[in-house]
Design a protein around this ligand. Structure first.
Ligand SMILES: [Zn+2]
Length: 84
């Protein structure tokens, strides 16, 4: 959604009837769960971008163990592996 569309939508919301508000609320409640899980994923993605040992941001996926993704630091001085 474009920012201008969003503002128009928010303006429309202010003029909505109670029934329409309830409908929007239902949709929002459904979306809330989806948004939350995608935010959690985004945080997890952000977290894997840095090595916890040296803070180097170049890490590579290195298989998985116990169902968790393993990563390996690509820094020459560190090259430790870690999991998240
Ligand atoms: Zn490192």
């Amino acid at each position: 959604m474009k920012p201008t569309d969003l503002h128009r939508f928010l303006d429309d919301l202010r003029g909505m009837s109670a029934d329409e508000c309830l409908e929007v609320k239902t949709v929002l409640r459904l979306r809330e769960g989806q948004v939350e899980s995608s935010l959690v994923m985004r945080e997890a993605e952000k977290a894997i971008k840095a090595c916890p040992h040296c803070g180097c941001s170049s890490v590579a996926k290195a298989g998985s163990k116990d169902g968790r993704q393993r990563f390996k630091c690509k820094s020459k001085d560190c090259s430790k592996s870690f999991k998240h």
